[in-house]
Design a protein around this ligand. Structure first.
Ligand SMILES: Nc1ncnc2c1ncn2[C@@H]1O[C@H](COP(=O)(O)OP(=O)(O)OP(=O)(O)O)[C@@H](O)[C@H]1O
Ligand SMILES: [Mg+2]
Length: 498
């Protein structure tokens, strides 16, 4: 049964065409993947369908009935719920109030809140979200906030549920659980739309696939069983090639970054390792294994209780954020929503945020013209699209915002580049370009250390991968022995032997 259709949807913003005649056909009881490169128009189409953005043209039908929604609230009232790419939550309210944004308790508050709570608890439980409904939303982790947003959509009991990159902030356990919830919704005849850049996830979950390219539908509701990953990639890229990255050309011999016996209570136990300039070193591990803690210790964000960190120039770990930049240490986080960007500021200001600090002349002022020029060059290097540095960062698509975060740190020209899931939300073409860029930065004599939840990424670009398990460094893989299977096994068991 057709639950919802969008036909010929168009939308332009100033000179930018976001949608140029997009179609989407959703069936009840089917999980539908909406795919496409960064900037292809996925989020815009979703905003049109859910009443957040008015289209320039096109037609929407709920079942057979033509519909237009003036707001997401109206869409929700008609059974169309959305979990958007940018979270729409109120950090100062508690979890429960965030779950029912239209129904803040009034005078009869207590009764109302009790009902709200009783309805919410099973949904929170189903998602594995173990938080106090009275906790302030702002105190939750990004993944927990993402789950609150999902719970909010589920509480509407929608006929159409749209999720825009819902797993991008979740660890693999929470993602699996969410995918399980979506399977249950499919049985309950909900039409589910799911946006993701992780094609394995898409192939294991979805029944049908629609691909957008440059605002048009190029694969229209095709059954997944009829498609190979190659067909989807081809549709997304329109025949462009994705490059693969070579390993280090020669044995790295540059200066070394090292940790000796570093311990952080409850997080890291006696970690000793070294990374040379000219090699890309991966740090793998499950959430809480300590791999990302190593990045924080090197960047000076977490202090080691014992042990030493030695930067390539012989100095110890930076004291704080500012001195890290001055010492040439950059930590690029995949959590762009929290630490990455000033969304209401132009791209060039975002990219220029750390560079003046890096040039250390707190006294030295750079002209905005010079900063704009540098920003343009860097935006081009990481592939920001559209390339207009005066555009507000918040107007870029999600993946393009992530590229701006990377450009910002490259502007500081760091000697130690630390990356935590740097290509989260970035499409596969741009991801390959960023990988090539990391290789060239490494080749130019920089230390590059990378944490990633994407094992494919670690296998694709690392010369060595150090695997962490429960706070300890438990194994080292090198060259061709770095493959997804071995990584997964080692991360879960703490040993390479089967
Ligand atoms: N409010 C806006 N003003 C100007 N341009 C916009 C606005 N919203 C979206 N765009 C542009 O429209 C195009 C489509 O963006 P959209 O967010 O739909 O992409 P997407 O497919 O969701 O990408 P991603 O995978 O990166 O999330 C992009 O070029 C984007 O910069
Ligand atoms: Mg998007």
């Amino acid at each position: 049964m057709t639950a919802f259709t969008a036909r010929g949807v168009t939308k332009t913003y100033g000179g930018v065409t976001a949608l140029a005649g997009a179609d989407l056909t959703l069936r009840a009881g089917s999980v539908h993947a909406l795919l496409g490169e960064n900037g292809a128009g996925k989020s815009t189409l979703i905003k049109v369908i859910t009443g957040a953005v008015a289209p320039d043209g096109g037609e929407l039908r709920m079942g057979e009935e033509p519909v237009t929604f003036a707001s997401t609230a109206q869409a929700a009232a008609n059974g169309v719920a959305v979990v958007s790419q940018e979270l729409n939550l109120f950090p100062d309210l508690d979890v429960l109030a965030n779950l029912y944004p239209m129904r803040e308790p009034t005078k009869t508050g207590f009764v109302h809140r009790r009902e709200m709570r009783e309805r919410a608890l099973p949904v929170l439980q189903q998602l594995g979200l173990d938080v106090d409904p009275k906790a302030r939303l702002g105190s939750l982790s990004l993944a927990q906030r993402q789950l609150v947003e999902i719970a909010k959509a589920l509480l509407v009991e929608p006929k159409v549920l749209i999720l825009d990159e819902p797993t991008s902030a979740l660890d693999s356990d929470s993602s699996e659980r969410l995918l399980g919830v979506l399977r249950v919704l499919r049985e309950r005849q909900v039409a589910v739309v799911f946006v993701s850049h992780i094609l394995e996830e898409v192939m294991s979950l979805c029944d049908e696939i629609t691909v957008l390219r440059e605002g048009r539908t190029v694969l229209d509701a095709r059954p997944r069983a009829e498609l190979e990953i190659g067909d989807i990639v081809h549709a997304m890229l329109g025949g462009r090639e994705v490059s693969s990255v070579a390993r280090a050309a020669s044995t790295p011999s540059g200066p070394t970054l090292s940790l000796a016996g570093v311990t952080v209570p409850d997080r890291l136990a006696d970690v000793t390792l070294s990374c040379r300039a000219g090699e890309i070193v991966g740090l793998a591990g499950l959430a809480g294994s300590g791999n990302t803690d190593v990045l924080e210790v090197i960047a000076g964000l977490t202090k080691a209780a014992s042990g030493t960190v030695t930067l390539p120039d012989g100095k110890g770990a930076p004291r704080d954020f500012r001195s890290a930049i001055a010492d040439g240490v950059a930590l690029v986080s995949g959590d762009r929503r929290r630490v990455g960007l000033m969304l209401d500021k132009p791209i060039w200001e975002n990219i220029s945020q750390v560079q003046p600090v890096a040039l250390a002349g707190a006294t030295r002022k750079l002209s905005s013209k010079a900063l704009r020029g540098t920003a343009h060059g860097l935006a081009e290097r990481v592939g920001v699209h559209p390339i207009d540095v005066d555009l507000r960062a918040g107007l870029l698509s999600g993946g393009n915002q992530q590229k701006v975060v990377l450009a910002k740190w490259l502007a500081a020209d760091p000697t130690v580049l630390l990356l935590d899931d740097p290509t989260r939300g970035v499409d596969l073409g741009a991801r390959a370009e960023i990988h090539a860029l990391l290789r060239s930065i490494s080749d130019s004599g920089k230390v590059v250390v990378l944490c990633s939840t994407d094992l494919d990424e670690l296998a694709a670009i690392c010369d060595r991968v150090l695997v962490f398990h429960r706070g300890r460094l438990c194994a080292e893989l090198a060259g061709d022995s770095i493959d997804q299977h071995t990584l997964l096994h080692t991360m879960n068991t703490g040993t390479t032997t089967e």
